[in-house]
Each structure stands twice: as structure tokens, then as C-alpha cells.
Design a protein around this ligand. Structure first.
Ligand SMILES: Cc1ncc(COP(=O)(O)O)c(C=O)c1O
Length: 376
């Protein structure tokens, strides 16, 4: 039901009624949410008192701000922690808490364009839909590369395209865990390709929206961090960590930002973030989750999610449904089920395939019911 706001205040009973109904709807929807990578298991009641204050993290978290009601100190701790997780010395890293993975990707691409204004941008057709919009916003030249069935970028197509344009810098947008199939673009192979083609000016951005919080906590991860040669990484906070508000982090090398930052300082501001006013709650909630879980907590959480994913593949396969997943991936891919099943479980299908993502709130009981719905 859609109501209507008018010129007069609504009666309090009507306001409360609308809020109660919305809450019921959200609680009900959360019980069968298996198609999107948003962890629903969290408790941020400890930070609720901060909602009574007008907090704002405007500006660069590593510089002082005149607006003192901020959580910059907590934000810096989050960034330093992520620097460790993403394998860069915190002293050499810079970053901030974004409004989500999309903003982090936008930031990485923006930085690449500032460093290499005449670059060609490359990304696979499996890349998150927002990337195409981002490169268009930046008015950057781009080539969309074919994808393999697995969801990984087609390396032969990438090689051919970079070879044709090797006279200009290459900006490669690699996905570490694609949205639909959980495919991980091979950073070692991409770097070898650039070196083989003698492309000296290049920039690799890694979109690790979900897997950026999985791979640091498994024993045998695919290459995913700065040690694999990336220049920037974006990770979502509301995905694996889980949060009631969208949030994320973007990390890059301090030296990159300093080159861009200098130009901005000419006009008197240290305006290094994409948004001006920024949420102070996102950094606080991420800090709280990192502080509460520690590495051991996340390792347990990730191991549990991978177990559930393996269980789901087994259950599907037992019923004759050819489900599969990548190594270290919680994205279970299977043939597109009927529309009523898609609606019931809030799946995000694409063409012939659908997926479920075994976030911490997804139980084996939910998998059993879902698999029997798919097999019916
Ligand atoms: C690979 C990938 N990149 C980027 C995004 C966008 O992230 P956000 O929703 O945090 O903006 C998603 C979201 O699902 C994603 O799967």
C-alpha cells in the first residue's frame, strides 16, 4: 500500500501503523533472503545512541576536520585493519569508508583516470553493472571483454585488446568474486599479460565486493590483494560483515592519492573522497564488527558459509540439479528455477542461471526447503 504525505502532519497512530507494517514486511522478507550477499545476522545495538547525534565524516579521514562530531579516528582504524587484510603496509595505504562497493569502484576508476587521462579501460561483461555507468561518467575510453562460462574474464580476448591498444596506458578492472557466478579474475595472469606486452603504464583496480572479506580468511586464497599487484581495492561492508546501512571501504596506495591530492590542494582543499558529507555510522559499525569478531571470528564465519555452500551444492546435485560453485566461493550457481521459486526466495537470476549466496543467516533448513522447491 502506498500512502500519501500531505501538507498536514499525519496522526501519530497512522504513522506508527505504517512503521509497524513496514517492520513486519522487512522481518518476513529477511526469512527467505538467499539471493543477495547481505549478511542479516548482526547486532549493532551498542552504537544506537549515536543515532541521536548529527555525525558527519566529511573530508579525508586522515586529515583534521573542523566538523568535530565525526568518527574519523574509528574510520582510520578500519582502514588500517583492511590494509593488513588486503596485504599492504598501512603506512603506504590510504582509503576511506564508502557508501558501498559501487562508490569504491568509482573511486578506483576515478583515480586511474586522474593518473592516466588517456588510458583505455578494460572490464569483462561479467563485471558488476555499475562499472559501465562509472566509466561513462568518467568519459573514459573502454572496451568490454568477453567472459568465460565460469564468470572469469576471457584472458585471450583481454590479451588481444590490450595488444591492439598497447600505445596507451591500460586500466584493468578485475573482479574478485563476480556478482552472478563468483568468478575470480586471475591477477597473476593479468599482470603477466601486461608485462608480456610491455605495457609500462597500467593500473589494476580489484572489485572485491564480497570476496574481499572471504579470501583473507581462507587457507589457500586466489590472488586478491596489493601483493598481487593491484593499485586499489573496493570491498562492501554491508555484504559479509553485515550492516543496516550500506557501507564499504576503498583502499589504494597513498602515493597514488598524493599525486592526485596535490592538484586538488592548489585550490585549497584536501577533498580526497568522492562524497563531501559522508556517513559516520558506516565507519563506526564496521569498526564495531571488526572489533567484536577479530580475525578468528571472521575465519569461523567464512568457514561456516563455505560449509553451507558445499552442503547446498550436494543437495542440489542429489536431486539431479547441476549446481556448482568456485573454490572459496559462497555463490552457488544452478539452472534458473520457475518464477514463483525466484520470487519466494528473492533470487537474482540472469538469463538461464540463478544463484544463492550462503551468507551467515542462510541455514541448512532453508537450503533443504529451497532445493525441494527447485526440484518440484
Ligand atoms: C562484484 C560486485 N561489485 C560491486 C557490487 C556493488 O556493491 P554495493 O551494492 O556495495 O554498491 C556488487 C554488489 O552485489 C558486486 O557483487
Amino acid at each position: 500500500m502506498t500512502g500519501k504525505l500531505g501538507t498536514d502532519p499525519l496522526p501519530q497512530t497512522e504513522i506508527q501503523g505504517r512503521l509497524d507494517r513496514l517492520l513486519e514486511q522487512v522481518q518476513e522478507a529477511g526469512k527467505r533472503q538467499v539471493g543477495y550477499p547481505t549478511n542479516q545476522d548482526f547486532d549493532y545495538s551498542a552504537v544506537l545512541p549515536f543515532l541521536s547525534h548529527s555525525l558527519n565524516n566529511v573530508g579525508d579521514p586522515f586529515h583534521s576536520s573542523n566538523y568535530q562530531s565525526n568518527t574519523h579516528a574509528f574510520e582510520r582504524e578500519v582502514i588500517n585493519r583492511f590494509a593488513d587484510l588486503l596485504r599492504i603496509n598501512p603506512d603506504e595505504a590510504w582509503g576511506y569508508v564508502t557508501s558501498g562497493g559501487t562508490e569504491g569502484n568509482m573511486y578506483g576508476l576515478y583515480l586511474a583516470r586522474e593518473l592516466f587521462p588517456n588510458a583505455m579501460f578494460y572490464f569483462s561483461e561479467e563485471t558488476h553493472y555499475s562499472v559501465l555507468k562509472n566509466v561513462r561518467l568518467l568519459n573514459a575510453r573502454y572496451i568490454m571483454i568477453k567472459r568465460q562460462e565460469s564468470g572469469e574474464i576471457d584472458y585471450d580476448d583481454l590479451y588481444d585488446m590490450v595488444r591492439v591498444h598497447r600505445d596507451v596506458p591500460a586500466v584493468i578492472m578485475a573482479t574478485i568474486g563476480t556478482t552472478m557466478r563468483g568468478g575470480v579474475d586471475d591477477l597473476d595472469r593479468i599482470r603477466e599479460m601486461l608485462s608480456d606486452l610491455a605495457v609500462t603504464n597500467s593500473y589494476i583496480h580489484a572489485d572485491a565486493a564480497l570476496s574481499g572479506m572471504i579470501l583473507p580468511f581462507v587457507d589457500d586464497p586466489q590472488p586478491f590483494g596489493f601483493d598481487a599487484g593491484v593499485d586499489s581495492v573496493s570491498v562492501s561492508g554491508h555484504k559479509l560483515i553485515g550492516a543496516p546501512l550500506p557501507c564499504g571501504v576503498v583502499l589504494t596506495k597513498r602515493s597514488h592519492v598524493e599525486r592526485v591530492g596535490r592538484a586538488i590542494e592548489l585550490v585549497g582543499v584536501r577533498d580526497t573522497t568522492l562524497s563531501g558529507s559522508r556517513s559516520a555510522m558506516g565507519p563506526l559499525m564496521m569498526w564495531y564488527a571488526l572489533a567484536r569478531n577479530g580475525d578468528e571470528g571472521f575465519r569461523r564465519l567464512v568457514a561456516g558459509m563455505l560449509d553451507t555452500a558445499e552442503y547446498a551444492v550436494g543437495q542440489f546435485n542429489e536431486r539431479g540439479i547441476p549446481a556448482w560453485r568456485h573454490r572459496n566461493s559462497v555463490t552457488v550457481v544452478f539452472p534458473r528455477p520457475p518464477e514463483d521459486v525466484i520470487r519466494k526466495w528473492q533470487m537474482a537470476p540472469e538469463g538461464e542461471v540463478a544463484h544463492i549466496i550462503t551468507m551467515p543467516h542462510v541455514t541448512r533448513e532453508m537450503i533443504d526447503e529451497l532445493v525441494s522447491n527447485c526440484a518440484a
